[in-house]
Design a protein around this ligand. Structure first.
Ligand code: SF4
Length: 711
C-alpha cells in the first residue's frame, strides 16, 4: 500500500488527508495529523472520500469524450481530437458571427487554482470575453463584496487559530456543526479549554450549532441587518464603542450613527421576531468581550441583501475594535474547497488575476502586459444568474460548463433548464456523467477528479494546500487545465492567433501554471512571490500573503490597523434593513429556508455515491412546525407539494420543532431528473440577485404547502 498527502475536496475548512492506495485503487483515507486546518481529524464526508472513489462509482464516471450530431440524437463515444476540434469549430464560428461575448464559461470552486487560471486566461486573454463566472458566485461573492466595501480587499482577516483565542464567538448565518464540522470541533475544544467563552448563534432555525449556544437568536429570515444595527445602537447607548480605534482607523461612523439611531432594540425585536433583552445581551457580550470572533457563511451571503448584511456585521467589529487582534475579527467561512483560489486568479466575471479589478483600466493594462496580449476587454462579463439568463434569451450561444451542475445548483431551475435546452452548444467538462447538467451536454469532456489530479487549493483562512494525485485517471479522462489549454491552442488556430495561443498555453504541468499565477501576485495584497511548490512540499500548507523574503505567511491581517483603502482607513457602511426578495403573501404564506445536511455535500454528485452517508438523512424532508401542519390537516410523513412563484416539488413532510410556525426548511442537496422532467429543491428559489455581489437569494423563498394528490 502507498500513501499520498492531499486535501479534502469538500468544504472550505480544507482538511489535509492521507490517501491510502494500492495499484490504481484508492482503498482508504485518514486525516493528516500535520495539516494545520484539521490536525488529523476528518468529518463524516471527508472520512468516506475513498468510498466515493470506489470501483463501483466508475459506472457514473465520464471516461471517454462523447458528442452528438444534433440535440435530439444520443451522444456517442468519440476521440479527443474529434471532440475538441468540433467545439473549436463551433466556438470560432459563433465568435466570427456574433462576437466573443456570444460564448461563455461557467466553472466551480471545485476546480484547482491551476485549472481556474487557464480558463481565465482562455476567456479573457485569448477569446476576449469576460463571460467567465463560477458557482463561487452562488457561494461567497457577497462576502467578497462586503470585505471590499468595508475593508478595501477580498481578504478574510482571520485564521482558525483565532477560535482558540476568542472569548466570544458570534456565529451568524452558519450551521457550522454541519457545514464546517472540523471547524466546529475546534470550537468545542476551545470552549472546553475556556468555559467562560460565550457562544452566540443567530439563525432562523434551531440547528445543531444553535443547540450548543449560550445565547440563541432565532431571527426571522433575512432580518440580520436590523439585528446588527440594533446591537450597534445598544453599544452606542451603553458607551461600549472603542472610540480610539474608530477615530484613528475608520471613516464614516457619523453617517452610520444616524442610521442606527433608529434601530432601537424594541424596533429590531419587532422586525426580527426576537426578545429585546436577547438583542441587548448579544450586544453586551459582543462588545465587552476581550476578543470577539464572528463566523458566518451562506445565511448572510445567499440573500439579495447579502453584501450589506456582511458590511453591517463588519461594522460591529470596527465599532468595538474587535479586529486585527488574536481571537477577534469577521471571519467568513468559505463554502467550497477552492472558491478562494478561484478568486485569487480572477476567476469571476468582474475580476482579473491577483485580485485586480476588471473595472480598473490600469489593472487591465497590467494583466494584458503580463500575459503578452493586446488588451483585456473592459466590458464586464455576465455573472452566474445573468449568464444563464443570456443563454436563455439567445445572447450567449455557446456555454462551456466545467466541474459543476448548474441545472441543479442554480436558483429558478426551470429557467436554467430552458436555457440549456435553447443553447446552440452546451459543452460539459466533468468527472461525473450522472449530473442533471450532463443530460444537456452536446459534447461531454471527461475530467479527472479528487485523488487523480495535482495542484493547489486555498481554504477559508487563506491557506494554500497541495492537492496530489494518488491514482491514474480512469479511461481517457484528462486534467481540467490540460483540456482547457488544448482547446485554447485549437481555437487560437481558428481565430488566426495560432502563435499567440501556443505561447499563452505552453504549460507542461500544474507547477508551471502556478508559477505564472504566483508571479502575477507581486506587490498585490495576496503576494505569494515567496512561495513555491518546493516550499509547500518541504514546509506544508502556507497562508498568504507570503511575499519574497518572508519567513512565513500572515496568520492575521490588519494587525497594524492599516487598511487597503484610499485613505488607509476601514469604512463603516451605513445600511438599512430590507425585506427578503420574496415576502410571504396570502397565496404563498410560508417562509421557506434552505440549508445543508451533515452528511451530504452540495449537489451530491460525489457524496450521493456513498451508501453510508444516507444513514443520517435518506431523502429530502420538508421540516414544518406542528401548528402549520395542523392548519393544513397534515401529519408527519404525508406527501406534500411545495410551491413557490418559480416552481414546485413533491416530497414528504417532517414535523419539526426546529422551525417556527410560519416557516419551513428544506435541505438544498437534492436535484430532480432532467430526463424525467422533474426539478429539485432549487426549482423553488428565486433568481433575485444582490446588486453589488450579484449573488442570488438561494436561502429563501415564499411558498405554499398542500397535500399532494396525483393528477
Ligand atoms: Fe472535508 Fe470539510 Fe469535513 Fe474537513 S470539515 S473533512 S474539509 S468536508
Amino acid at each position: 500500500m502507498s500513501e499520498t498527502q492531499s486535501t479534502c475536496c469538500y468544504c472550505g475548512v480544507g482538511c489535509g488527508v492521507i490517501i491510502e492506495h494500492e495499484g490504481d485503487r484508492i482503498i482508504g483515507v485518514r486525516g493528516d495529523p500535520e495539516h494545520p486546518a484539521n490536525f488529523g481529524r476528518l468529518c463524516t464526508k471527508g472520512s468516506t472520500l475513498h468510498l466515493s472513489a470506489a470501483p463501483e462509482t466508475l459506472a457514473v464516471r465520464a471516461r471517454h469524450p462523447q458528442m452528438r450530431p444534433h440535440r435530439d440524437a444520443p451522444r456517442s463515444r468519440c476521440d479527443w481530437d474529434t471532440a475538441l476540434d468540433h467545439v473549436a469549430d463551433r466556438f470560432a464560428a459563433i465568435i466570427a458571427e456574433h462576437g466573443p461575448d456570444a460564448v461563455a464559461f461557467y466553472g466551480a470552486g471545485q476546480l484547482l487554482t491551476e485549472d481556474y487560471y487557464v480558463f481565465n486566461k482562455l476567456a479573457k486573454g485569448l477569446i476576449g470575453t469576460n463571460n467567465l463566472d463560477t458557482n463561487s458566485r452562488l457561494c461567497m461573492s457577497s462576502a467578497v463584496a462586503g470585505y471590499k466595501m468595508s475593508l478595501g480587499a477580498d481578504a478574510p482577516p482571520c485564521s482558525y487559530a483565532d477560535i482558540d483565542h476568542a472569548d466570544c464567538l458570534f456565529i451568524t448565518g452558519s450551521n457550522t456543526a454541519f457545514a464546517h464540522p472540523i471547524a466546529f470541533r475546534r470550537i468545542e475544544d476551545a470552549r472546553e479549554a475556556n468555559p467562560a467563552m460565550k457562544l452566540i448563534v443567530v439563525d432562523p432555525r434551531r440547528t445543531d450549532t444553535a443547540e450548543a449556544a449560550d445565547l440563541f437568536l432565532p431571527l426571522l429570515p433575512g432580518t440580520d441587518i436590523a439585528l446588527y444595527n440594533a446591537m450597534l445602537h445598544v453599544m452606542l447607548w451603553e458607551g461600549w464603542i472603542d472610540t480610539a480605534y474608530v477615530d484613528a482607523h475608520t471613516e464614516g461612523f457619523d453617517a452610520l450613527k444616524k442610521v442606527v439611531r433608529e434601530y432601537t432594540p424594541a424596533m429590531a425585536a419587532e422586525i426580527c421576531g426576537l426578545r429585546k433583552q436577547d438583542i441587548e445581551t448579544a450586544a453586551e457580550w459582543f462588545a465587552t468581550a476581550k476578543a470577539t470572533l464572528s463566523l458566518y457563511c451562506q445565511g448572510l451571503n445567499q440573500y439579495a441583501s447579502g453584501t450589506h448584511k456582511n458590511s453591517a456585521l463588519i461594522n460591529l467589529h470596527l465599532a468595538s475594535g474587535h479586529i486585527g487582534r488574536p481571537g477577534a475579527g469577521p471571519f467568513s467561512l468559505t463554502g467550497q474547497p477552492n472558491a478562494m483560489g478561484g478568486r485569487e486568479v480572477g476567476g469571476l466575471a468582474n475580476l482579473l488575476s491577483a485580485h485586480r479589478d476588471l473595472s480598473n483600466p490600469e489593472h487591465r493594462a497590467e494583466v494584458a502586459r503580463f500575459w503578452g496580449v493586446d488588451d483585456v476587454p473592459a466590458e464586464p462579463g455576465k455573472s452566474a444568474v445573468e449568464l444563464f439568463q443570456a443563454v436563455q434569451d439567445g445572447h450567449i450561444k455557446a456555454v462551456w460548463i466545467a466541474c459543476t451542475n448548474p441545472a441543479q445548483s442554480m436558483p429558478h431551475q426551470a429557467l436554467i433548464h430552458e436555457a440549456l435546452q435553447r443553447a446552440e452548444l452546451v459543452v460539459v467538462q466533468d468527472a461525473f456523467a450522472h449530473t442533471e447538467t450532463c443530460a444537456y451536454a452536446d459534447v461531454l469532456l471527461p475530467a479527472t477528479t479528487w485523488g487523480e489530479k495535482d495542484g493547489t487549493v486555498t481554504n477559508s483562512e487563506r491557506r494554500i494546500s497541495r492537492v496530489r494525485a494518488a491514482v491514474p485517471a480512469p479511461g481517457e479522462a484528462r486534467h481540467d487545465w490540460a483540456i482547457a489549454a488544448d482547446f485554447a491552442r485549437r481555437l487560437g488556430a481558428r481565430l488566426g492567433q495560432a502563435e499567440l495561443a501556443e505561447r499563452l498555453f505552453a504549460y507542461d504541468g500544474p507547477e508551471a501554471i502556478w508559477n505564472e499565477h504566483r508571479d502575477s501576485t507581486a506587490g498585490r495584497d495576496l503576494d505569494i512571490t515567496g512561495l513555491s511548490y518546493a516550499l509547500l512540499e518541504r514546509d506544508g500548507p502556507q497562508q498568504w500573503p507570503f511575499p519574497a523574503g518572508a519567513a512565513m505567511g500572515k496568520i492575521r491581517l490588519y494587525e497594524d490597523s492599516v487598511y487597503p483603502t484610499d485613505s488607509g482607513r476601514a469604512r463603516f457602511v451605513a445600511t438599512e434593513y430590507t425585506a427578503t426578495a420574496e415576502t410571504p403573501s396570502a397565496r404563498y404564506p410560508l417562509h421557506l429556508i434552505t440549508g445543508r445536511l451533515r452528511d451530504q455535500w452540495h449537489g451530491m454528485s460525489r457524496t450521493g455515491l456513498v451508501a453510508r452517508l444516507y444513514n443520517h438523512e435518506a431523502e429530502p424532508l420538508l421540516h414544518m412546525h406542528a401548528d402549520d401542519l395542523a392548519r393544513r390537516g397534515l401529519a408527519d410523513g404525508d406527501i406534500v407539494r411545495v410551491k413557490s412563484r418559480q416552481g414546485a416539488v413533491v416530497l414528504k413532510v417532517l414535523a419539526a420543532d426546529t422551525v417556527r410556525a410560519g416557516q419551513c426548511f428544506l435541505p438544498m442537496h437534492w436535484g430532480g431528473n432532467a430526463m424525467a422532467g422533474t426539478l429539485g429543491i432549487n426549482a423553488l428559489t428565486p433568481d433575485a440577485i444582490d446588486p453589488y455581489s450579484k449573488q442570488p437569494e438561494l436561502k429563501h423563498a415564499a411558498v405554499q404547502v398542500e397535500t399532494f394528490t396525483r393528477g
